[in-house]
Write a new protein. Structure first.
Length: 314
């Protein structure tokens, strides 16, 4: 029996480390500029590594930026916007991520980066790509179902979904933005024994941090929510109607909401709102065991078996 997203390399073969520090980067991308945004990421990775980070986490579609205009323009009226978005998206199998991989290797840290992934067919996916301490691609998760107007630019995720990665003995997975409101996706993470759930998002609402706290208590795991910080002034004005769609510094596209939450729901760091910056925390994994002694929501524990998240292998 094989769980979705699980491979032999993801199975935990080592004990969790005594110390594991996560840094969530609430930064401003160079909007719709892959190379420029990767330079921002490189600097953030080196800074985080210098402060002791083991894992550096970036927001949803940080490279090349979140397609906020889909919520502001009439549907399918975004020809030049989409063309640039498509052109600046990431081909994982090519050299697009070489600067990110080099930074992870130079800094000897794990990186989880939100990207818009361009598939060989040309379809775009909202994805998280994991890079290990040597600079190798360790895994990819594609958002299962885009939300609302996002469906105008991103396709449904397939194949590389609900992936977990063994980071030095820590089981890490990701659900992107409103995937976290999909109960069965959450349970699929719990089934795989996730210790740290990443939740990169564009959600700036007051309801988002309570969502992170609920999931941390439900799954008795650490949850890392990470959001970008962008203003209207960050949008290039050479795109059609950009000046009419976006204002200046006062037009806050994403105010940030980055936070790290412990098993049980306590907010350990953040939320960071209204500015770029980082949120960091060294995780105490004893809290997972203590929390799951009180409540283990995985179906293996509660029902003595799975709920259909596993595939039988003959």
């Amino acid at each position: 029996m094989r769980c979705i997203g699980e491979t032999s390399s993801n199975s935990l073969g080592t004990l969790r480390p005594e110390h594991f520090t996560v840094t969530a980067v609430q930064a401003t991308p160079v909007f719709l500029d892959r190379a420029g945004t990767l330079e921002v990421a490189q600097r953030a990775i080196m800074d985080a590594a210098g402060a002791g980070a083991d894992l550096v986490v970036f927001p949803e579609s940080f490279v090349p930026g979140y397609p906020d205009w889909v919520w502001r323009r009439p549907p399918m009226s975004d020809g030049d916007w989409y063309r640039r978005f498509h052109d600046q998206a990431v081909e994982i199998s090519g050299s697009d991520l070489d600067p990110l991989r080099a930074a992870a290797s130079d800094a000897c840290v794990w990186v989880a980066m939100g990207i818009t992934e361009r598939l060989p067919s040309g379809t775009l996916n909202n994805s998280v790509v994991y890079v290990d301490r040597t600079g190798a691609i360790a895994g990819v998760h594609r958002k299962l179902v885009p939300t609302g107007a996002e469906r105008l630019v991103w396709g449904n995720g397939y194949d590389r979904v609900l992936t977990t990665v063994n980071m030095d003995g820590v089981c890490v997975g990701a659900l992107i933005c409103w995937e976290n409101y999909m109960p069965l996706a959450r349970v699929a993470m719990y089934e795989q024994g996730v210790d740290v759930l990443l939740a990169p998002t564009w959600d700036n609402s007051d309801e988002w941090v309570p969502t992170l706290r609920h999931i941390a208590k439900e799954g008795q795991l650490f949850v890392v929510g990470v959001t970008a910080f962008l203003r209207g002034s960050d949008v290039p004005r050479d795109l059609s109607d950009a000046g009419e769609l976006y204002g200046g510094d006062e037009d806050v596209m994403s105010r940030g909401n980055t936070a790290i939450v412990a098993p049980g729901g306590e907010v350990l760091a953040g939320p960071l709102v209204g500015e770029a910056g980082v949120v960091s925390c060294t995780l105490d994994f004893d809290r997972i065991a203590a929390g799951r002694r009180m409540f283990d929501g995985s179906t293996r524990r509660t029902l003595g078996g799975g709920l259909g998240f596993c595939e039988w292998e003959r």
